[in-house]
Design a protein around this ligand. Structure first.
Ligand code: MN
Ligand code: MN
Length: 453
């Protein structure tokens, strides 16, 4: 059999195994593993790792915060940067306007994404306080290919505990997966008010307004409500050991609770908030980046399997928008760009350092994210799965900078960070979309991933 594409002589790394094999691709699917496979197109992967395309189940492209502030990456620039970094599937969000039905909001978001995306995407449906009276719409949402639901314990989308209970129950009833931003919004507001009243207005005070203790408290409360309702729950962007402990305790009881952390928490420390020249604002994201010992605790949690996933929460804002909080750190739009560096930074910081095995790296960045977000045919190298594949050069070194990254911002919090290992080729459904730093994907070639319970 002649395959459409063969990747020869590489070391295949999956979450479960490492082996030498050629990979044959036909009709956009993985068709075979073997020796000396023949293809119309052949890519040599000698000395390279062959992994599943990375899966990032937490990103915010062109997300409007109101007041004209919109996250800087469009579905085009953001998915292109993702592709450069070896990511072949993302999950973004639908937010519902007050006058909209959930289905109308879903279709509007798809209309934004569809003409732009260069890799495949799915969407979480956000259930804010206005949606609590619309929970009967979840059956229609599920029938439209959505199986995951975003709940917030902070910001304007914040749900009170009774609303959280109702939302979790409704998600359970449609067989969905809830994902949650867990922080204690009341405590945060009190601490911000105290700091501003005392003239403490710089980004230095951002992490000091969002204590780890109360991130742990909020996560524990969400887990308890989920356990009472009888639903799984995925905890977003874990920044501290206080949350890890709550997740680990729940899992020891056999509860279906999972957690993720992100590159900003694994590569940066809260000294970033003290950077001069307004650059402290760049690192503002929530939950905040914490101290070195918290960073080490997160790496340890990944190594031990106490956290199951690494995502990005990719949500950068322009330098101008970040400067809006110059006189009041609580007005700084939160979010950093990590979508391009995630997969390589986890190899560099995880595998090269010996903290993670190569299989754990793939599991955290590809396989388990796809399982949690219910992305069938993604996140693994199995015959019949989508041919979303990365040829990864484990020896390539680079120093991260805004000039070499492809995200749509003039800054990166990782400026100067040295990385070992980088994707050489990114393949999406059998199509080479990045090769040796050149981009070949067409806007709109990405597909909406219709998910079924
Ligand atoms: Mn969040
Ligand atoms: Mn987020």
């Amino acid at each position: 059999m002649i395959f459409d594409l063969v990747i020869q002589n590489g070391t295949v790394v999956t979450s479960a195994a490492t082996f030498q094999a050629d990979v044959g691709v036909r009709d956009g699917k993985i068709a075979a593993f073997g020796q000396s496979l023949e293809g119309e197109r052949v890519l040599d992967a000698t000395d390279m790792l062959v992994t599943p395309g990375a899966v990032d189940i937490h990103v915010h492209m062109q997300m409007s915060l109101g007041d004209g502030v919109v996250s800087a990456d469009t579905f085009l620039t953001g998915t292109r940067a993702a592709a450069f970094g070896g990511t072949t599937a993302i999950v973004d969000f639908v937010e519902v306007e007050p006058q909209q039905s959930m289905i109308e909001a879903l279709h509007a978001r798809q209309a934004e994404a569809d003409p732009q995306v260069v890799i495949d995407y799915a969407l979480h449906m956000t259930l804010g306080p206005d949606e609590i009276s619309k929970l009967d719409q979840l059956t229609a949402v599920a029938a439209a290919g959505i199986t995951s639901y975003k709940l917030y314990m902070a910001y304007g989308f914040r749900l009170t505990d009774d609303q959280l209970y109702r939302a979790l129950r409704a998600v359970r009833d449609v067989g969905g997966m809830p994902v949650i931003h867990a922080e204690n919004w009341d405590i945060i507001n009190a601490l911000v008010a105290d700091n501003l009243a005392a003239g403490r207005t710089s980004s230095h005070w951002h992490p000091r307004s969002r204590p780890a203790l109360f991130e742990g408290e909020a996560a524990g409360r969400a887990i308890d409500i989920a356990a009472y309702v009888g639903t799984p729950l995925h905890i977003f962007h874990v920044s501290c050991r206080e949350v890890v402990a709550k997740i680990a305790a729940a899992r020891r009881q056999g509860l279906p609770i999972t957690g993720e952390t992100c590159p900003q928490y694994l590569n940066l420390t809260w000294e970033a908030y003290d950077a001069p020249g307004g650059r402290g604002a760049y690192a503002v994201c929530s939950p905040p980046i914490r101290d070195r010992s918290q960073q080490q605790a997160l790496w340890q949690a990944l190594a031990r399997g106490e956290l199951q996933v690494v995502t990005t929460d990719h949500c950068p804002f322009s330098a101008e928008d970040k400067a809006r909080g110059r006189d009041d750190y609580s007005q700084i739009p939160g979010g950093v760009p990590s979508i391009e560096m995630r997969f390589a930074s986890m190899y560099s910081g995880g595998v090269v350092t010996g903290r993670l095995t190569p299989n754990q790296w793939v599991d955290l960045c590809c396989t388990t994210p796809a399982k949690i977000a219910n992305l069938a045919g993604k996140g693994d190298l199995i015959v019949g799965y989508d041919a979303d594949i990365v040829i990864f050069d484990p020896g390539q070194k680079r120093i991260l900078s805004p000039e070499t990254l492809h995200e749509n911002v003039s800054w990166t919090p990782y400026n100067g960070l040295e990385i070992q290992g980088w994707p050489k080729v990114t393949i999406s459904r059998g199509e080479v979309i990045v090769h040796d730093g050149r981009f070949f994907g067409k806007p709109g070639r990405g597909q909406f991933i219709f998910r079924k319970v």
